[in-house]
Design a protein around this ligand. Sequence first.
Ligand SMILES: [Ca+2]
Ligand SMILES: [Ca+2]
Ligand SMILES: [Ca+2]
Length: 210
Amino acid sequence: MTCVADADPSTKTSPLLVDTDGGSVGDGVEDANHNGKIDAGETDPNDPTDDVPVTGCTGDGDCGSPTSGKVCDPATKTCVDGCHTPGNGCPSDLVCTSDTPAIGSCVECLDDTQCGDAQSGKVCEDHVCVSGCHEGGNGCPEGQECTSTTIQIGTCETPQTTTTTPEDDEVVAEGGGCVCTTRPAADDGRGWLLALAVGGLFAARRRRSR
Ligand SMILES: [Ca+2]
Ligand SMILES: [Ca+2]
Ligand SMILES: [Ca+2]
């Protein structure tokens, strides 16, 4: 390989642009053997007028990689957004609405399984993952309940509970008074037990004295 670009600056192409002359055909296509020189049968990467756009496609291979989300529409022989089987599919984060040769579209989800696990709190609605839950699909995260018990999409809500320990903690923290009152209560408990024991002893004596 020879560096022709240095010998003739006019053949330089932009390293940042795929299509330096903007004529719609990429530099790599115009300079088919990538030697930087316009060989026989090649076009000038710096001359937009000699670009010959690829017209028509004969198969998905003309429209990008198997994960391009582009397919060759046999009706118009043009590359269109889509996917099908067999043929080009979708980028890895999308799924195809079609699993037949018919051209489908790349969407976020077909069912809840593409929206996280059974406790994700996300469900598939109109091919988009949305917050929600329902029967026969994804449910709610731990500690939350679904407002729906049917296939209808409900919302995940935290159930109302009567015991709110954080508030109890706040009461204790408000002043020493609360702490003081709890200790006598414990003493009262022991005192009550003592009274019971004494009372039992007293009752036993009474029984013996009869
Ligand atoms: Ca070009
Ligand atoms: Ca060349
Ligand atoms: Ca050109």
